[in-house]
Design a protein around this ligand. Structure first.
Ligand SMILES: Nc1ncnc2c1ncn2[C@@H]1O[C@H](COP(=O)(O)OP(=O)(O)OP(=O)(O)O)[C@@H](O)[C@H]1O
Length: 629
């Protein structure tokens, strides 16, 4: 049998394979969708990503493809246990992220796969230990397991240095092996109870691993979710909220994570947040917090504005709640107050950078901000060890979930433009109106832009950076990803502009910044670099998200926004635009190109060079910097 026959047999074993309909139409395999070929046109891999594929992965058929060294089915709907790939000993890359795989992976699952360099299993529903055979792979270079429920201790890896490494947002616990102590803290963040460098030192309690890591009670039944796919869940998470100093009175929430629909990718820094679009109580398992929050009585719920409220701490305690996600500070949940509004309560640990008086002052100032693009802070709950901030609920989820979520919507160019204009206006208002006038947003990213039903954006988590413990802020707040923040301590409006630039590029490309994160290379600069190199080398149109690629009569304006994004992502602070310039340029953008401009683009055929001047064509210290590395 020839390779094309084997491939077609493989395709036919999959369900919903219409994306591969062109297989067989061309005698040259390399023109078939999803096939990877070397420049000399020899086939070496399958990259079947984002295709809605499902069914069984027929490993025996793959085995017949003797040249297959790379296999990717990222972002499809495969489910069940991980297929037994062991026999594919020639594989150097195995990419299964963003599917619905679940269950334990046997310890010997990777035995004999000595060529494996890149293993991506992120955002599935795997449980159990990280398999020993995976840790023993001798050539491992990139490993991404984030967003599963792997538990137990992290094994000792045979390889001691990685190019990419991400175990964040699992259920791992115990001491982190010493060989991993140089990893970025975000790569192990969001686990059950990990300790030791690069996280905080272990106490005696931390070091005792749990004996059983598989939940003994069956998980709750799943609820159906959109696109006809079976919902998927994992387990019950019990979060003990806040221990009160040495006397240890406990404020606890019992949060049940049902609905393990990882509709999305992780956030900047590899934080896992399970985005839930239109999260509401019907869709999700609700949580009764009454019982567990009783002891919070001794804290205070302080309202910061007169036009919101109508409930008190008791109402909040009585509300049923649903977890929206778990970010780097703690969980965020939606609380449905009886006969009252739906609100979002976000828990902040690591928020002790200022004293009580200053904290209260700051909250009041934040509460004085009122703008159509700022999500109102309604109240806060203060305790020394932790704080809860109460915001209004954004009915339509966050921008990140729309851009990257499985259940997100198609955002048209006019909608994206509306969003970025709103973001710009919210920022401008904040810069000009915060009493004292020295406040950056500090945490601008797509999961902190929530939307209403008409896709009007609202900024959230603004103005908090000065309250967060410095160390934590440095590791987790978006502003600190601006390259210069490695040297400076305090984020400022210029670092906000960097984040705005990343947000613009994310909005235009539909790509998730973290996917372009090169480990140890200054955060999400890589989305900027990627965009820079695509547009610079050749205008292929590939830079834009496919959902807006076909926009008629708007290409010129889209390119203008791209240019703004690139100027905001300048490494060089002198060349990076300041916020006023960026915002003014954003305000000038229109949904459609003007007649004149449009016809000249079309006749010249090169949109990019019409927008960028010669100088700009090769501008960007960002690009040069990366090229030199
Ligand atoms: N007011 C809100 N209305 C609707 N959804 C919200 C609101 N606040 C947060 N969310 C959503 O809840 C989820 C979890 O939010 P959370 O703040 O915990 O994570 P994050 O902002 O991504 O991370 P970080 O901890 O860095 O702030 C996100 O999808 C977020 O968009």
């Amino acid at each position: 049998e020839t390779a094309d026959q084997i491939l077609i047999r493989f395709r036919n074993s999959l369900t919903n394979h219409s994306a591969l309909d062109n297989w067989g139409n061309d005698p040259n395999l390399c023109n078939w969708s999803g096939l990877l070929c070397h420049p000399d046109q020899t086939f070496y891999g399958l990259k079947l990503e984002h295709m809605g594929l499902g069914g069984e992965v027929d490993v025996d058929t793959l085995l017949e493809l003797t040249n297959l060294t790379s296999f990717s089915i990222i972002n499809n709907t495969f489910e069940g246990p991980m297929p037994d790939f062991k026999k594919l000993v020639r594989l150097s890359g195995l990419f299964l992220s963003n599917n619905d795989f679940s269950g334990e992976i046997p310890d010997d699952a990777f035995d004999g796969m000595r060529k494996l360099k890149r293993v991506f299993l992120a955002e599935n529903g795997f449980i159990g230990h990280i398999p020993k055979s995976l840790a023993n792979l001798p050539r491992l270079l990139d490993l991404d397991l984030h967003g599963n429920s792997f538990g137990g201790n992290i094994p000792e890896f045979q390889v001691k240095s990685f190019r990419k490494f991400n175990l964040s947002h699992n259920q791992l616990e115990g001491q982190i092996p010493k060989s991993l102590s140089n990893q970025d803290p975000s790569s192990v963040a969001g686990n059950k109870a990990l300790c030791g460098p690069p996280l905080s030192p272990c106490t005696n309690n931390d070091k005792t691993p749990n004996k059983s890591i598989i939940p003994s009670t069956p998980p709750p039944p799943s609820t159906p979710v959109g696109k006809g796919k079976k919902n998927h869940y994992i387990l019950v998470t019990v979060i003990v909220v806040g221990a009160v100093v040495a006397l240890s009175s406990i404020v606890a929430f019992l949060f049940i994570h049902s609905h393990r629909r990882k509709s999305l990718q992780p956030l900047i820094l590899g934080q896992k947040v399970k985005f839930k679009k239109n999260a509401n109580l019907k869709e999700s398992q609700s949580v009764d917090i009454t019982r567990d929050f009783k002891k919070a009585d001794d804290g205070e719920l302080n309202f910061v504005r007169d036009d919101r409220g109508g409930f008190d701490l008791q109402d909040l305690l009585r509300a049923s709640a649903v977890v929206l996600g778990t970010g780097s500070f703690g969980s965020t949940y939606k609380a449905m107050i009886l006969n009252g509004p739906g609100v979002v309560v976000k828990r902040f640990r690591h928020m002790n950078n200022v004293g009580k008086q200053e904290f209260f002052d700051h909250m009041r100032k934040l509460g004085s901000l009122t703008h159509p693009n700022l999500l109102p802070l309604v109240a806060f709950y203060y305790k020394k060890e932790e704080k809860f901030l109460v915001y209004e609920f954004g009915e339509n989820g966050c921008l990140a979930s729309h851009l990257h979520g499985r259940n997100g919507s198609v955002l048209s160019w006019p909608t994206r433009l509306k969003i970025i204009k709103g973001v710009a206006r919210g920022l401008a208002y904040m810069y000009e109106n915060f009493p004292g006038n020295k406040l950056p947003h500090g945490h601008l990213k797509s999961s902190n832009v929530v939307l209403d039903h008409s896709f009007e954006p609202y900024l959230t988590e603004y103005g908090l950076v000065s309250l967060i413990n410095k160390d934590h802020a440095k590791h987790f707040m978006a502003a600190y990803k601006a390259p210069e923040m490695a040297q400076y301590d305090r984020p400022n409006k210029k670092s906000d502009v960097w984040c705005l630039g990343i947000l613009i590029l994310e909005l235009l490309t539909g790509k998730f910044p973290a996917n372009y994160l090169r480990h140890g290379k200054g955060g999400n600069a890589d989305l900027a670099t990627w965009v820079g190199s695509v547009v610079r080398e050749e205008w292929t149109g590939e830079v834009f998200d496919k959902d807006i690629m076909g926009t008629r009569n708007g290409e010129g304006e889209m390119l203008k926004l791209l240019r703004i994004g690139m100027y905001c992502c300048e490494w060089n602070l002198e060349s990076r635009w300041d916020w006023k310039e960026a915002l003014a340029k954003i305000e000038e953008l229109k949904e459609r190109d003007s007649e004149d401009e449009y016809s000249s683009y079309v006749s010249e055929g090169d949109l990019y060079s019409r927008i960028m001047t010669e100088d700009e064509f090769s501008f960007s210290t960002t690009i040069e910097k990366f090229q030199n590395e």
